[in-house]
Ligand binder design. Structure first.
Ligand code: SF4
Length: 138
């Protein structure tokens, strides 16, 4: 099986704070499969570490108030191109990220409040007919 996956879930230090979200359940699940890691935020040109961002009224803005929408959209587009090219059997994404979140994201107030909704990469993938799975539902 070919699995497209958020790179931070398999231990890549691409998270905004320079760390990762390595998940042992994921590591066991992907064993023996063809794994394609992606980090849309890095692919969009953002550094690691970086200032955390949330979606505010449809635009991605970082905690300092700077728009990073272009970088997030660019990363989403690159992720989509990889998905179209690779045609994965399964896409597993990190929860709650403004890029990868597949069912929830923060509400744009930087207060830790969650709402239903997807990050920009997850949304773009779904718009193009891909089924995305939140890692918590794996
Ligand atoms: S953009 Fe996705 S892959 Fe990259 S650190 Fe955030 S959740 Fe992980």
């Amino acid at each position: 099986m070919k699995i497209l996956i958020s790179a931070c879930l398999i231990g890549t230090n691409c998270k905004y704070n320079g760390g990762n979200n390595r998940n042992e359940k994921v590591m066991q699940f992907i064993e023996g499969h063809d794994v394609i890691p992606i980090c849309p935020e890095v692919m969009g040109g953002l550094p690691t570490p970086r200032v955390p961002a949330e979606i505010v009224c449809g635009t991605v803005v970082n905690r300092e108030g700077r728009s990073v929408d272009r970088e997030y959209r660019r990363g989403a587009q690159k992720a989509l191109e990889i998905a179209v090219r690779e045609q994965p059997d399964l896409i597993v994404l990190q929860s709650r990220s403004p890029s990868c979140g597949a069912k929830q994201r923060y509400d744009g107030t930087f207060s830790g409040t969650l709402i239903s909704g997807r990050g920009v990469t997850a949304e773009l993938l779904v718009q193009h007919g891909f089924h995305v799975v939140d890692v918590e539902d794996l």
